[in-house]
Design a protein around this ligand. Structure first.
Ligand code: LMR
Length: 333
């Protein structure tokens, strides 16, 4: 059966006025939003959803331009500096990327502290999140919401990571977070800080033997293609803070801020409902690729890893000055 479909030729149709063309240039507001991951990921899709909702709700008057893969202003400290200098309007770094400037945020990098996703949300929305957002405010930044990616899994090119001693002598790529460096040190390995975008190459050439990340980040950046073993360890959380410069935020019209806030709430809801599914789908894609041997950590192995990593919590606590935050953290123990 052959279906003959006659497609109209675009050029012959009356041209539809694009939404934004109904606004005078001086009425339009363009906000740039930079992030470092691929588009088909929990963060990439949440940013897209946010931008689409803002466009729809304002009829194109306010446009959020999303730049994925670190292409606009890079990663880590460079991204935060660009926000401060006004070269980008919104960013959504992982909490590990905030660690250099705001070490308190490393709480979300602590291994085996959050039993599951509910425990993370409770911390985000309770006293811990409240204190951490204040830390940003003291330096002129404003956290608007937190987005999920999910729990990290370990990979290695060298050997299966079943017991803590299997880490001995290996080098792992980490985000710029001392907690993560300490995590690998306690396992007898070395953590090397490497940008997200350089990680594939570092694994490929053997600068590092392994890395930790969520299935969506591993799959979208093809890390599994240059690794041999993967352990489903769910040992640490990876999440994001959507941040703006506080002064620039205050300078926006109130009605614009309201639309942005509403759209962010919707995008956050979408993100939290879909991040788990996106990671589960990418884990299946990694499995189907046949590149890595996947080991599912048993409860006994989890207890062994958690025991070896327990000291990270205490050494992190000694670095926290904020008394209220310290108190709230004690409850996580
Ligand atoms: C990483 O560098 O591994 C992550 O921060 C990337 C991301 O933003 O998910």
């Amino acid at each position: 059966l052959i279906l003959a479909i006659t497609l109209p030729i675009g050029g012959c149709l009356p041209r539809r006025v694009a939404d934004h063309e109904q606004w005078a240039p001086e009425e339009r507001i363009i906000l740039t939003f930079s992030h470092v991951v691929a588009e088909h990921t929990p963060k990439g899709l949440a940013a897209r959803k946010f931008a689409d909702l803002v466009h729809e709700r304002t009829g194109g008057r306010v446009e959020v331009q999303v730049f994925p893969n670190g292409q606009l202003v890079g990663d880590g400290e460079a991204e935060i500096r660009a926000l401060r200098e006004g070269r980008v309007d919104m960013i959504a770094p992982s909490t590990g990327k905030l660690a250099e400037l705001f070490p308190e945020w490393q709480v979300f990098d602590l291994p085996y502290v959050f039993a599951d996703h509910d425990a993370v949300v409770q911390a985000m929305e309770g006293a811990i999140g409240e204190r951490l957002f204040k830390v940003l405010r003291r330096r002129g930044l404003m956290g608007l919401t937190m987005w999920d990616n999910g729990f990290k899994q370990m990979t290695s090119a060298v050997r299966p990571l079943i017991h803590p001693e299997d880490f001995a002598g290996q080098r792992f790529r980490v985000q710029p977070s001392r907690v993560l460096v300490e995590q690998f040190r306690l396992l007898g390995a070395t953590g090397l800080t490497i940008g997200f975008d350089e990680t594939y190459r570092a694994l490929e050439v053997g600068q590092v033997d392994g890395q930790e990340n969520t299935p969506s980040n591993i799959y979208s950046k093809k890390f599994h293609e240059v690794q041999r073993y993967m352990t489903l360890s769910n040992h640490g959380y990876l999440g994001y803070v959507v941040i703006v410069d506080a002064d620039r935020w205050r300078n926006l019209d109130e009605e614009v801020r309201e639309v942005l806030t509403w759209a962010l709430e919707e995008a956050t809801r979408w993100n939290r409902e879909n991040a788990g599914r996106l990671n589960a789908e990418d884990l299946e894609r990694i499995r189907a690729s046949g590149h890595v041997e996947i080991h599912e950590q048993t409860p006994e192995e989890r207890a062994e890893w958690a025991e070896a990593l327990r000291p990270v919590f205490d050494s992190f606590l000694t670095t926290v000055d904020d008394a209220e935050l310290k108190l709230a953290l004690e409850e996580l123990k």
